[in-house]
Design a protein around this ligand. Structure first.
Ligand code: FMN
Length: 436
C-alpha cells in the first residue's frame, strides 16, 4: 500500500496566461495579488502543504542577444518580488505553507533573516524560504557584480549564509520577551546575544532586532540537483523540490538525498522530497490524450519560447543552433546545470533540437488521463519511489487550477493518498510537513 504523500504548487509572482477565453482580466490585475490569493485559497481547500513562489531578478537577453523573446513571452519579466506577496496570501489562509525564493548570492544575510522572521510572524508560523544561489550573470550585474561566482563556490557561500542566518535566528533565547510591568522591562537583555560572525564571505555582528517567529527557523526549501547542490540541500532543507525524470531516477534521487542527510547527522524523514509534475486531466483518458496531442501541435509553434527560456537559465544562446539537427551535446553552463543536462538527455535518442524543444517538460512523470487514471499512476509512482510527494506545476489558468484542486485532489483524498486535513489551526508549516 502506498503511504500518504504531500502536495505543493509551484508558481511565481508573474502574469498568468492572459490570452485565453477564461483568463478574464488576469493580464491586467495579477500584479495586485488577488489572482494569487484565489489560488492560495483553492490550494488550502485541497489541503496542499505549500505554495512555492520561484524567483529571479533580471530581464534576460541570452537568446539572440536581445530581450525580445524574453519580454514577448513574459518568461523572466515581468516578475514581481515574491517575498512581498507572502503576507497577502497569509491574510486569506490559515494553514497553507507559503514559500518564497531569495538568493544567497544577492541578499545580505541580516536582511534575509530579518525579513523571513517578520514573514513568519505575519503568516502565523507558515513562512518558508526557497534557498537559491542564482544562475545568471545578468542578475549579478543588477547587484554590482559583473559575473556570478562559479557554480560550486556559490554553494560554499550559501553554506556560510545559512550558518549566519541560523545564528541570527537563534540570537534571542526563549523567554527573552518578559513584558514585566513591575520593572518596566519589555525584553530581558541577558537573553539577546551578538553572534560576532566573521567568515570568508560575511561579517555580521548581530543580534537580530526581531523577535523569533513562531517557527524560529522558517521552513527551508531547496532545489539543488548537482552533486554539490544535493549535498547542500540534504544538509539544510526541510523540503526539496526535484526534477528527476522517470520513477527510477526519482527513486535514485530521493535515496541519495536520504543517504546524504544521514551522513550529515540528520533524520532523513525530516526531509520531504517533492517531484515536479504537470498532470493533464480530462473527463476520460481519450479526451486527455486528445488534449495532449493538440497541445503538442501547439508546442511546435512555441519552440522559440522553450529555447528562450532554456537560454535564460543557462545563459547559452540556443538561437545559434540548427533547429533541424540533433541536439548539440557539448554545452556547459555556470547556471542551471541540472535543467540543462536533463534537456540534453532528451536528445540522446537523436531527435532534433526542434523536436526536443517542442516536447520539453521538466515533469518527473507524464500524468495524462481521467482523474482516476492519473491518481492510479501517482499512487503507483509514489509507491515505487517511497515518497514524499508531488509539486504541481501547470498552466496557471483558473480552469486548470480547478481541475487539479477540485477534480484530481478529491480523488487522491478519497484513496487516502493525500491529507484530508491539516493539524489543528495554530500548528506551524513545519509541524504540518512533518506530521506524516
Ligand atoms: C522546481 C525547481 C524550482 C527552482 N526554482 C528556482 C528559483 O526560483 N530561482 C532560481 O534561481 N533557481 C531555481 N531553481 C534552480 C535551482 O536552484 C538549482 O540551481 C537547479 O535545480 C540546478 O541545481 P544545481 O544548482 O545543484 O546545479 C529551481 C529548480 C527547480 C528544479
Amino acid at each position: 500500500m502506498t503511504d500518504m504523500f504531500h502536495l505543493g504548487w509551484f508558481t511565481n509572482f508573474a502574469p498568468p496566461p492572459w490570452e485565453g477565453q477564461f483568463s478574464g482580466h488576469n493580464g491586467e490585475t495579477w500584479a495586485n495579488g488577488r489572482f494569487y490569493q484565489d489560488l492560495a485559497q483553492a490550494l488550502e481547500r485541497a489541503r496542499f502543504d505549500y505554495i512555492m513562489l520561484e524567483d529571479s531578478s533580471m530581464v534576460s537577453d541570452a537568446y539572440e542577444g536581445s530581450s525580445r523573446a524574453d519580454l514577448k513571452h513574459h518568461l523572466y519579466a515581468p516578475k514581481h518580488d515574491p517575498l512581498a506577496l507572502v503576507p497577502l496570501l497569509a491574510a486569506v489562509t490559515t494553514s497553507l505553507g507559503i514559500v518564497a525564493t531569495a538568493s544567497t548570492s544577492f541578499y545580505p544575510p541580516y536582511q534575509l533573516a530579518r525579513t523571513m522572521t517578520t514573514l513568519d510572524h505575519l503568516s502565523r508560523g507558515r513562512a518558508g524560504w526557497n534557498i537559491v544561489t542564482s544562475s545568471e550573470d545578468r542578475a549579478a550585474q543588477n547587484y554590482g557584480r559583473t559575473k556570478l561566482q562559479e557554480h560550486d563556490g556559490r554553494y560554499d557561500r550559501a553554506d556560510e549564509f545559512v550558518q549566519v542566518v541560523d545564528a541570527l535566528w537563534n540570537s534571542w533565547d526563549d523567554g527573552a520577551i518578559i513584558q514585566d510591568r513591575e520593572t518596566g522591562r519589555y525584553v530581558d537583555h541577558t537573553k539577546v546575544h551578538t553572534i560576532d560572525h566573521s567568515g570568508e564571505y560575511y561579517s555580521v555582528r548581530g543580534p537580530l532586532n526581531t523577535v523569533p517567529g513562531p517557527q524560529r527557523r522558517p521552513v527551508i526549501c531547496q532545489a539543488g540537483g548537482s552533486p554539490r547542490g544535493k549535498r547542500f540541500a540534504a544538509e539544510h532543507a526541510d523540503t526539496i523540490i526535484a526534477q528527476s525524470r522517470g520513477p527510477e531516477r526519482m527513486k535514485e534521487f530521493r535515496d541519495d538525498i536520504r543517504r546524504l542527510a544521514a551522513e550529515a547527522g540528520r533524520d532523513p524523514d525530516d526531509i520531504k522530497v517533492l517531484f515536479i509534475v504537470s498532470p493533464l486531466v480530462a473527463a476520460s483518458d481519450a479526451e486527455a490524450q486528445e488534449l495532449q496531442a493538440s497541445s503538442k501541435a501547439q508546442a511546435e509553434t512555441n519552440v522559440e519560447k522553450a529555447l528562450a527560456h532554456l537560454s535564460a537559465l543557462t545563459e547559452v544562446d540556443f538561437s545559434q543552433f540548427d533547429l533541424d539537427a540533433p541536439v548539440t551535446q557539448d554545452i556547459t553552463t555556470n547556471g542551471h546545470r541540472t535543467t540543462l543536462s536533463e534537456f540534453l538527455k532528451l536528445g540522446d535518442d537523436g531527435r532534433t533540437l526542434r523536436e526536443v524543444a517542442a516536447g520539453w517538460s521538466i515533469s518527473a512523470v507524464d500524468l495524462v488521463g481521467s482523474v482516476e487514471s492519473v491518481a492510479d499512476r501517482m499512487e503507483e509512482v509514489m509507491g515505487y519511489v517511497g515518497g514524499d510527494g508531488f509539486l504541481m506545476s501547470g498552466p496557471m489558468t483558473r480552469t486548470y487550477i480547478g481541475e487539479i484542486v477540485d477534480g484530481l485532489v478529491p480523488e487522491l483524498q478519497r484513496r487516502g493518498l493525500t491529507r484530508s486535513d491539516y493539524l489543528p489551526q495554530g500548528a506551524t508549516f513545519r509541524e504540518n510537513l512533518r506530521s506524516f
